[in-house]
Write a protein that binds this ligand. Structure first.
Ligand code: ARG
Length: 295
């Protein structure tokens, strides 16, 4: 009889960590940046006068896509739509837990037509779709850490969406206020390193974050809840070092975030360096181009 190997999560033990890092299987939604350009400004990174190169964006994006696949992750694709250059940032397309997709409601008119495209994709792929009442930009502002939803506000998603996301998923929501316009989505200032329960059910959820992106009260909340968090310095934050994806062992980060890379190695993670400089012209990085699909 043949053996089934597909579903078995790979466990890789790291020699430098005091606790072994555990790689978990991920399923991601991505969108090829076929129509990528910067034709409007809705965050400080976007300067339409600066030229963009769609071919470079495509090849950098492909490198990220291929790196996920090479490490055993599943990547699903949503078709890009002409005239929606920000659709490559699929993290904003929704927030998905247990097969339920909370749809996005974008802050700015330029991105509003993306919402229907993402919700159609979810329903066509057997997710239960919950249409939003409140303005929210999906996993750009909602991050699942253990059983808690960290929720960002200040620039895009509203505080009312924090209440809504809590009602839909029946989980604790911790609201955090972003104060620096360069870090306008939560996923530009927090990276979820270990989102899950560890061996024996012990919660080992941990994060990395950029303290200065938050107001004082939110900084205090983060310090109290995540005493073991990696605090990333401003230089690494400024190159979107925190806009990264992690499978619990491999952390996909910008090659420019040198300090963060060293911090990750010290803790036994394996940084995987992916350069998305072209997509940074639109104010997005690795995490922005990645939406986690949790069944
Ligand atoms: N140009 C896009 C916007 O401003 C970038 C989105 C980045 N996405 C993210 N998850 N941080 O909406």
């Amino acid at each position: 009889m043949s053996q089934t190997t597909a579903a078995a999560p790979r466990t890789v033990t790291s020699v430098t960590a005091d606790q072994p890092r555990i790689q978990q299987h991920r399923r991601y939604l991505m969108c090829r940046p076929e129509h990528f350009t910067v034709s409007y400004t809705i965050n400080p990174w976007m300067v339409p006068a600066n030229p963009t190169d769609t071919a470079v964006a495509l090849s950098q994006w492909q490198t990220l896509h291929d790196a996920y696949r090479a490490l055993g992750h599943e990547v699903q694709l949503i078709d890009p739509i002409e005239g929606l250059p920000d659709m490559v940032y699929t993290a904003n397309g929704g927030f998905v837990i247990d097969g339920v997709a909370y749809g996005p409601s974008f802050r700015y008119a330029e991105r509003m037509p993306e919402a229907a495209a993402f919700m159609d994709w979810f329903s066509g792929n057997r997710f239960e779709v919950v249409a939003p009442r409140e303005v929210n930009e999906g996993e750009g502002d909602f991050l699942l850490v253990g059983n808690t939803i960290l929720a960002g506000t200040g620039f895009r998603s509203t505080g009312d969406s924090h209440r809504e996301v809590g009602e839909i998923f029946g989980r604790e929501v911790v609201s955090l206020r972003l104060v620096d316009p360069r870090f306008y989505h939560l996923d530009t200032a927090i990276s979820v390193l270990d989102p899950v329960e560890g061996p024996g059910g012990v919660e080992r959820a941990n994060i990395a974050y950029l303290p200065h992106a938050f107001d004082e009260q939110s900084q205090a909340v983060l310090a109290e809840r995540y005493p073991d968090a990696i605090r990333v310095d401003d230089a690494d934050g400024a190159v979107f070092g925190l806009n990264s994806a992690s499978d619990g062992l491999n952390v996909f980060i910008s090659p420019r975030a040198k300090g963060f890379e060293a911090q990750l190695r010290e803790r036994g993670y394996n940084p995987v360096l992916i350069d998305l400089s072209e997509l940074l012209l639109g104010g997005g990085g690795i995490k922005c181009c990645t939406l986690e699909l949790r069944r």
